[in-house]
Design a protein around this ligand. Structure first.
Ligand code: KIV
Length: 301
């Protein structure tokens, strides 16, 4: 059953553009499965990103480089089944769009036709402009991603703030303008100084969505596991935790284990009763025809 009321209007790239024009902040969050997509939608977020952060927060990799199209589509489909009102954005994984423009268009298309997404996101600036244009010309809305771009982590040399010099900041601004010109409907700005993000935001017609980029962006995005406190190992400066889910889960699992070991669970309210008459018939049958005694050697383990 969908959590989305029949009347809920579907969010589109146009909705986000209209919100920027009205000065209304946009809310995006990552989600990787059906229950999290339902929860995000019920909370009224504008957009759900099936991020390739999947590789790190769900699949246990150290970076996003090993995430495949198959991984992404598997999780995109689970999110899509929630039939959200929120815009669903699928993150194109490493090497699904960098090598060849035609391959990029085909892979972007799979996010819509096979993954149930409404749009795709890809990383990079001017070097991606041709690819963005080709994908947009194929009828697929594209979200850009500048600043700290995790798929380039080897080239960047680590997860660190970007655009902190005048030259690098200028480059991000020029890249953002090139992406807008190529047809991006929104651009994620990750880990750049707040004043640089504010400058980029003021120069663009399309919305910026910040993560570690300050309050002047048109919207914000956080990773599900960071926001909810599922990820406890690292906590970047830009993350605000709104819950302590990992701690809550450990506590709950500990109580469950104790209940099982102390025979407090399952209790009467958790079991399926059999009617007395049926129970008595079973007993009578057993008395009349006892089952053959099991020979110990027939037990396999
Ligand atoms: O993969 C992801 O979760 C992202 C967000 C951090 C924007 O790209």
């Amino acid at each position: 059953m969908s959590m989305v009321p029949a009347s809920a209007a579907r969010t589109t790239p146009r909705t986000l553009l209209a919100k920027k024009a009205r000065g209304e902040p946009l809310v995006m969050v990552t989600a990787y499965d059906h229950p999290s997509a339902r929860a995000a939608d019920a909370a009224g977020v504008d957009a759900i990103l099936v991020g390739d952060s999947l590789g790190m927060v769900v699949l246990g990799y150290d970076d996003t480089l090993r995430v495949t199209m198959d991984d992404m589509l598997h999780h995109a489909r689970a999110v899509a089944r929630a039939r959200t009102a929120a815009l669903r954005v699928g993150d194109m994984p490493f090497l699904s769009y960098q090598a060849d423009v035609a391959e990029a268009v085909r892979n972007a298309g799979r996010f819509l036709s096979d993954g149930g997404m409404d749009a795709v996101k890809l990383e990079g600036g001017r070097e991606r402009a041709r690819t963005v244009r080709a994908i947009v010309e194929a009828g697929i809305p594209v979200m850009g991603h500048l600043g700290l771009t995790p798929q380039s982590i080897r080239a960047l040399g680590g997860y660190r703030v970007q655009a902190a010099t005048a030259e690098a900041a200028r480059r991000v601004l020029d890249d953002a303008l090139r992406l807008e010109d190529a047809g991006c409907f929104a651009i994620v700005l990750e880990a750049i100084p707040d004043r640089v993000a504010a400058l980029v935001t003021s120069r663009l017609g399309v919305p910026t969505i910040g993560i570690g980029a300050g309050a002047a962006c048109d919207g914000q995005v956080l990773v599900w596991h960071d926001l909810l406190g599922w990820e406890e190992r690292i906590s970047p400066r830009f993350v605000k935790r709104y819950a302590a889910m990992a701690e809550e889960a450990r506590g709950a699992l500990g109580r469950y284990a104790a209940d099982v070991r102390e025979r407090r669970f399952p209790a009467a309210e958790h079991v399926y009763p059999i009617a007395d008459a049926e129970w008595e018939r079973l007993q009578a049958g057993l008395a009349a025809h006892p089952p053959a005694a099991r020979r110990p050697e027939t037990v396999a383990w």
